[in-house]
Ligand binder design. Sequence first.
Ligand code: NAD
Ligand code: DAU
Length: 351
Amino acid sequence: MSYTKNVLITGGAGFIGSHLARLMVNKYPTYRIINLDKLTYAGNLKNLEDLENAPNYVFVKADICDQKAISEVFTQYEISDVIHLAAESHVDRSIEGPMEFVMTNVVGTVNLLQQAKDNWKGDDHVFQHVSTDEVYGSLGAEGLFEEVTAYDPRSPYSSSKASSDHFVRAFHHTYGLPIKISNCSNNYGSHQFPEKLIPLMINNILQKKPLPIYGKGDNIRDWLWVEDHASAIETIFHGGRLGESYNVGGLNEWTNLDLVLYLCRLMDKKLNRSEGESEELITYVTDRAGHDMRYAIDATKLETELNWKPSLKFEEGLEKTVDWYLANEDWIQEVTSGSYRDYYEKMYQDR
Ligand code: NAD
Ligand code: DAU
């Protein structure tokens, strides 16, 4: 079969990438989706089991920093478009060791940009870069991040993502590469690695382990259901203007403490535990170094230009998420065995 597009998704074995790959494979049978992932600790082929036999789906294990491998993929699959998600994504890990973040997030991105530039002629292509609201820095009590907000990254993770955004724009301005960028707020949903706040708390509540709240728990994050992020990426891929950035978010701010308290109550009900039982597990631990106070996204541009809207209320999405983790304890078991234990000990033991 000849496909209308050969879309390279990078990082498609991770949390957001696997949701996006599923959406694209099922919704666009005339596109061939080439999912390229290094399968680091955060990537898991189990996230993609239902796609394995789809005729328009191919998985390639490779590192985005590997010039030869990426060049071969562009040639072999005649890549027409890229949706780039592969990254080191966890802020705490970036504080422990920034270099891996520079390699994948900066060098890997530039490698992909080079391959796209060398292989593509004209504008009938899209290089879409999936980025974060953390590039804008930290907000006080008021205001929202807009697309025109000046970049002010403050962690090694957000600095590496900001750098990659700058390179993507530089390839547009300097070489005319047809690019698009999206900057999204915190995602939650199924298949998220339990180093991130929500799945870590779900896992610890299940196991009756301490619930580590950094600092006073008054930092604020703006949460979006992962499938709504995937639909936003797809919407921008098809309708977004070349050279433009789009913020993605659902105006859903929670302090970390309120969110964890809500999760405790929800899970106490689901697990038939007595009211207040899980709350007692809350433990205040040393704050994250350089902890950004508040993120909040203004997604008006995406909503008005492309008619995108989040589909789920947070309370519904959180319940679906908890239900997924409760029904998939084997998945949690698998990803938290081995190196996760070492990570957890190193990160939380003396905190
Ligand atoms: P994740 O950590 O769950 O997954 C990252 C994936 O990238 C994994 O499958 C991993 O194996 C792969 N990968 C890592 N290094 C690689 C390399 N060198 N070569 C090839 N593959 C590699 O991350 P996520 O939460 O799904 O985030 C995906 C993207 O979305 C990232 O670019 C992240 O910055 C961005 N983002 C995430 C959020 C969020 O809340 N999680 C919000 C906004 C933007
Ligand atoms: O805003 C988008 C970003 O959201 C993405 O770009 C990142 O890839 C993603 O990891 C996420 O970054 P955060 O640092 O906001 O997410 P994390 O889940 O690590 O933490 C959320 C909040 O919870 C943050 O204020 C720190 C706090 N926290 C986190 C953990 C893991 C705790 O209090 N305790 C914890 O154990």
